[in-house]
Design a protein around this ligand. Structure first.
Ligand code: AMP
Ligand code: MG
Length: 269
């Protein structure tokens, strides 16, 4: 039977129709069971991260993409909670400014890549350069259309150098987004998250879907696969993301380094 991760992965080169996805889908997982499993996954992640850190020869990069209010921040908060802050770095990519604007679009991305032994988390990423840039014509098609290949080549070289890459697209329905925006307006503790620009982005919903479809078709690769997560239900989203990351880390066969000297001969005096 296929694992949850296998059900969520986008097969390289396959056509994807995000608009047809049921964002409420939970693949038969029950909420109570998911809560227990999430807890277990958080423990697994903590143990695996410790090994990654000790080994210090490879790194892991988790990319999170999704429309506004899809739950990128919430996923980081809930799934990464057991990790040792010494070995994780979260980078949120905003509209490029200053030095970033004076370089190629991958410059700021490469700079933020995780060092050996650590986990890097990207809240938005180089994929903005084929998403928002495409939807709003921030660059001509002749420029952004080459980026799918450039991104694949970039990710291939990262992966060959020892960076394990996992990419998650969190997908919520347009109705769910409206609900979450209303919460941001109603709840004073969430007001800060709301910007008028976000609600204008709703007019571009279908253009974003097309951009996501092409991104998934062109950039889900063996070495850096995309996982599409139905994210209307936060508990399922958290479970799914934690399950995929823990499974991938387990398959890395992380080992504690062998001591450089024969420890049996050491006497603590
Ligand atoms: P937030 O994630 O809510 O803090 O918003 C960050 C904003 O920065 C979003 O509207 C993104 O679309 C935008 N952004 C991120 N990267 C880029 C980019 N490369 N070009 C243009 N806008 C970007
Ligand atoms: Mg936002």
């Amino acid at each position: 039977m296929a694992t949850l991760a296998e059900k969520l992965i986008v097969a390289p080169g396959s056509k994807f129709k995000l608009g047809k996805l049921d964002a409420d889908r939970t693949f038969g997982v029950q909420k109570a069971a998911a809560a227990r499993k999430l807890e277990r996954n958080i423990e697994r992640l903590s143990e695996l991260q410790y090994r990654l850190y000790a080994e210090a020869r490879r790194a892991v990069l988790v990319v999170l993409q999704g429309i506004d209010a899809a739950g990128k921040d919430g996923t980081i908060r809930h799934v990464m909670t057991g990790l040792n802050p010494q070995g994780v770095r979260v980078t949120s990519f905003k509209v490029p400014e200053g030095e970033e604007r004076r370089h190629d679009y991958l410059w700021r991305i490469h700079r933020a890549c995780p060092e050996w032994g650590s986990i890097g988390i990207f809240n938005r990423s180089h994929y903005e350069d084929v998403l928002v840039v495409r939807v709003h014509n921030l660059a001509p098609k002749s420029v952004w259309s080459k980026r799918y290949r450039q991104i694949n080549e970039f990710e291939r070289s990262l992966s060959e150098c020892g960076v394990t890459i996992l990419k998650f697209l969190l997908y919520i329905s347009k109705e769910e987004q409206a609900k979450r925006f209303e919460e941001r307006l109603d709840d004073p503790s969430k007001n800060w998250k709301f910007s008028a620009a976000d609600s204008r982005e709703r007019d571009y919903w279908d253009a974003y879907l097309d951009a996501y479809d092409e991104m998934l078709e062109k950039c889900s690769t063996q070495y850096a696969p995309w996982y599409v997560i139905p994210a209307n239900r936060k508990w399922f989203r958290n479970l799914a993301v934690s399950d995929v990351i823990a499974g991938v880390l387990e398959r890395m066969k992380l080992e504690f380094p062998k001591p450089a000297t024969d420890l049996s001969a050491v006497k603590i005096t």
